[in-house]
Design a protein around this ligand. Structure first.
Ligand SMILES: Nc1nc2c(ncn2[C@@H]2O[C@H](COP(=O)(O)OP(=O)(O)OP(=O)(O)O)[C@@H](O)[C@H]2O)c(=O)[nH]1
Ligand SMILES: [Mg+2]
Length: 360
């Protein structure tokens, strides 16, 4: 998401190697694309196991039309269907225009990335505030009815909402609150926009590539919110490079002083922001990265592969991917005592290679 003309569709094309129309010709189109998450560990596993196929983790990106921006002092009016789509996202990628280009005039005349960033953020704060206020009002009237248990539940909900309201009214996002587990649980159903993790992506122009690192640092220091990261990408150049073959692309990158890792970094960052971890399975048929929420157990991991594996779970054989790679095989890992047997409640770590033993 991002303001009109910030480069959302260009970023989307860059990430997904897509060809969606840019330059305001997309209208109200919603673009969706699935991107494989680059992972050196999986590449190394594949080199070691030489399986028939490799299956990386993936992230789905959705490019939404720009919300019509609020005028000063007026509440935001993001259309309801757009709000719903935003609320369904697990994280937000906020594209902010930093590039200056006389051929692409900025609606406000001057390019000012910080101003634009704050403007859309404010719209989201206002959207959440509207939901909070409406719900509090409802709870204060009809919330007094029902059974004792229902009334208690309503009262707890009212308290949490009342706690986040002043901050929202003050322009601060919900993600900045230190919420208890029970509070988070109560808020979860609302899918508040300002509670979602956010990656701020500064869309820099060609001439700003050299200074992009400093720009990111300045913004990151100023954008002091929880569950947020700042990154820069020169979206149009990256999109164009994405259409070249590898050799040509390298020449182009060298010329521009592009490291080539910025695109991968954006994909990795958006994956990390989701609070997800990867575990691996490896064998002669396939090497594969599986995605689970941080905090998942061995049974959860088994269930991610197949529900039968969770149902008939006996134990999991686990080895950290680095150990497996340096020892060269499961058998060697076992011989060195690095392959551990773990039970149902074992908390899976990012990078575990897992083999599930189960009853059918
Ligand atoms: N010079 C320059 N132009 C860019 C860059 N990124 C995007 N543009 C141009 O800016 C215009 C808008 O880009 P889009 O990707 O369509 O922006 P958008 O946010 O999807 O626009 P809407 O969907 O209409 O809100 C296009 O003409 C792009 O070619 C960039 O890094 N440098
Ligand atoms: Mg667009």
């Amino acid at each position: 998401m991002g303001l009109a003309g910030s480069g959302k569709t260009t970023v989307f094309n860059t990430l997904t190697r897509g060809h969606a129309e840019t330059g305001g010709f997309g209208g109200l189109t919603v673009n969706t694309g699935v991107v494989k998450v680059p992972d050196d560990r999986l590449t190394a596993l594949t080199r070691l196991f030489k399986p028939k196929r490799e299956v990386p983790a993936d992230v789905t990106y959705v490019d939404l039309p720009a919300p019509s921006t609020a005028t000063a002092g007026r509440a935001a009016d993001i259309p309801a269907d757009q709000l719903a789509r935003l609320r369904n996202a697990d994280a937000l990628l906020h594209v902010v225009r930093a590039f200056d280009d006389p051929q692409v005039p900025h609606p406000d005349g001057e390019v000012d990335a910080w101003r634009d960033l704050e403007r859309l953020d404010l719209e989201f704060v206002l959207a959440d505030l509207a939901v909070v206020e409406k719900r509090i009002e409802k709870l204060e009237t009809s919330g007094r009815h029902g059974t004792q248990a229902e009334r208690d539940q309503n009262e707890r909900e009212r308290q949490v909402l009342t706690r986040v309201r002043p901050a929202l009214a003050d322009g601060r996002p919900i993600r900045d609150h230190q919420l208890g587990d029970d509070e988070s649980l109560i808020l979860r159903g609302f899918r508040f926009l300002t509670e979602k993790p956010v990656l701020v992506l500064l869309n820099v122009g060609e001439s700003q590539i050299a200074g992009a690192g400093d720009l990111v640092e300045t913004f990151a220091a100023r954008y002091e919110h929880h569950h947020s990261r700042v990154e820069a990408l020169s979206a149009r150049i990256e999109m164009e490079i994405g259409e070249l073959d590898d050799e040509e692309a390298q020449v182009f990158r060298d010329d521009l002083g592009l490291t080539g890792s910025s695109l991968e970094r954006v994909i990795r960052l958006s994956y990390e922001l989701l609070g997800l971890i990867s575990f691996f399975t490896a064998g002669p048929d396939e090497t594969r990265a599986w995605t689970i929420p941080d905090g998942s157990t061995a049974v959860d991991a088994a269930g991610a592969i197949h529900s039968d594996l969770a149902r008939g779970f006996i134990r999991a054989e686990v080895v950290p991917v680095e150990e497996l790679l340096s020892l060269g095989s499961m058998a060697e890992a076992r011989r060195h005592g690095k392959l551990r047997s773990e039970g149902k409640t074992y908390r899976v770590r990012d990078g575990d290679v897992i083999e599930v033993l189960f009853n059918v």
